[in-house]
Design a protein around this ligand. Structure first.
Ligand code: PLP
Length: 397
């Protein structure tokens, strides 16, 4: 059976160039980059080369890049490290209700330690009210944490405007750019970002490597203590092969930023328009003009998203309901909940996230499989049988 992978927001395949570049660091170039002998000298220039490539993708300086083990670590380090370093300045963080769990759970943890957190709401399109954000800033505010792009809906936040606001009020600004980096232009200078996380496995590098960008002069307490690595901002022997892979993935993403996102947007829009025209009672989640090129999140009124995913999986099509982190737990995604999607309708959401390898034939196949699958599930659904008026009410809310 033909396999179609439309879950690139959960993870991506390692790019062949990335794998090839990594291989020597598992074998002959196995040295510890902190060692001074010949073996160490094979590894340390490769780390510094990768640091340059990552820095170039986000317009940062090399010394502002700290290698981490994943996006979640970067999020934890940004939040906990800032709270620890700035505790004499204040104890208030502003974030949003739609952040990734790596940010939201860390904020809840910090609340238990006495930190005050404001969770900004979003509107029905998933957008923030910037006036409200500015009004939330107090003399005790030390950090604003707003993701660059939402992993479930693809909604892009006005990072430049938030950066300007943060600068105006002299508050640090952290953005989780795990979904945005390599997919849309990300420039830490232009956006006046102080801290930024990204993750390898979302952009064609392996799992288990990421970075936190820390603007020069921003004090940050480390999470992991030990050796002198990463200028004492993150101890632990480097994941040399992973870091080399991340560097290559960032270089390739930068090279392709003019071409791949445009092609992916065309395919995503064709998928969206096809679904909307072939299947009645559909809701597209997230502001239409303000999304990542690759992401499409929809509600199929009257059915369970999970049931549809199983049917698609049987046809070799991999998609997702909301975020991979919440699948398996019943209930609506916190992102759709924050967007005030009707809870019944929210159960029917499915996310398609395309990648650089997605083809036109993949989209054709999904458009062939999806309408009869949705119809079959609707035929069995008590909500749908109750009359599509029930669904129409949910959709119109
Ligand atoms: C995937 C993801 C993360 C977590 O990254 P890991 O490397 O899997 O820990 C954090 N934030 C967002 C927005 C993500 O999509």
């Amino acid at each position: 059976m033909r396999r179609i992978y439309l879950d690139n927001n959960a993870t991506t395949a390692v790019r062949p160039e990335v794998l090839e570049g990594m291989l020597p660091f598992f074998t002959e170039a196995f040295g510890n980059p902190s060692s001074l002998h010949w073996a160490g000298r094979q590894a340390s220039p490769a780390i510094e080369q990768a640091r340059r490539e990552v820095a170039a993708l986000i317009n940062a300086k090399e010394e502002e890049i700290v290698f981490t083990s994943c996006g979640s670590e970067g999020d934890n380090l940004a939040l906990k490290g800032t709270v620890e370093a700035l505790q004499s300045r204040g104890n208030h963080i502003i974030t949003t209700a739609v952040e990734h769990p790596a940010v939201l759970d860390t904020c809840r943890f910090l609340e238990k330690k006495g930190v005050e957190v404001t969770y900004l709401p979003v509107d029905r399109e998933g957008l923030l009210d910037l006036d409200r954000l500015e009004r939330a800033i107090t003399s005790r505010t030390i950090l604003i944490s707003v993701m660059w792009a939402n992993n479930e809906t693809g909604v892009l936040f006005p990072i430049r405007e938030i950066g300007a606001l943060a600068r105006k009020h002299q508050v640090r600004f952290f953005t989780d750019a795990v979904q945005a980096a390599g997919r849309v232009p990300v420039d830490v200078e232009e956006a006046q970002v102080d801290l930024l996380s990204l993750s390898g496995h979302k952009i064609g590098a392996p799992k288990g490597v990421g970075i936190l960008y820390i603007r020069k002069g921003n004090p940050l307490a480390p999470l992991i203590h030990g050796g002198h690595q990463e200028r004492r901002r993150r101890a632990g022997t480097h994941n040399v092969a992973g870091i080399v892979g991340l560097g290559i993935a960032c270089r390739k993403a930068a090279e392709e930023l003019e071409t791949v996102p445009t092609r992916v947007t065309v395919l995503r829009d064709r998928l969206q328009n096809g679904i909307v025209s072939l299947i009645p009672e559909i809701k597209v989640n997230g502001a239409l003009g303000l999304r990542l090129p690759n992401t499409l999140n929809l509600c199929f009124a009257g059915i369970e998203g999970e049931a549809l995913l199983l049917r698609l999986d049987m046809e070799g099509i991999a998609a997702s309901s909301g975020s991979a982190c919440t699948s398996g737990s019943l209930g609506m995604s916190h992102v759709l909940e924050a967007m005030q999607v009707n809870p019944l309708l929210g159960q029917s959401s499915v996310r398609f996230s395309l990648g650089r390898n997605t083809t036109s034939e993949d989209i054709d196949r999904v458009l062939e499989v999806l309408p009869p699958s949705v119809q079959k599930l609707r035929d069995m659904s008590p909500f749908w049988k109750a009359g599509s008026r029930c669904c129409a009410v949910c959709l119109s809310q």
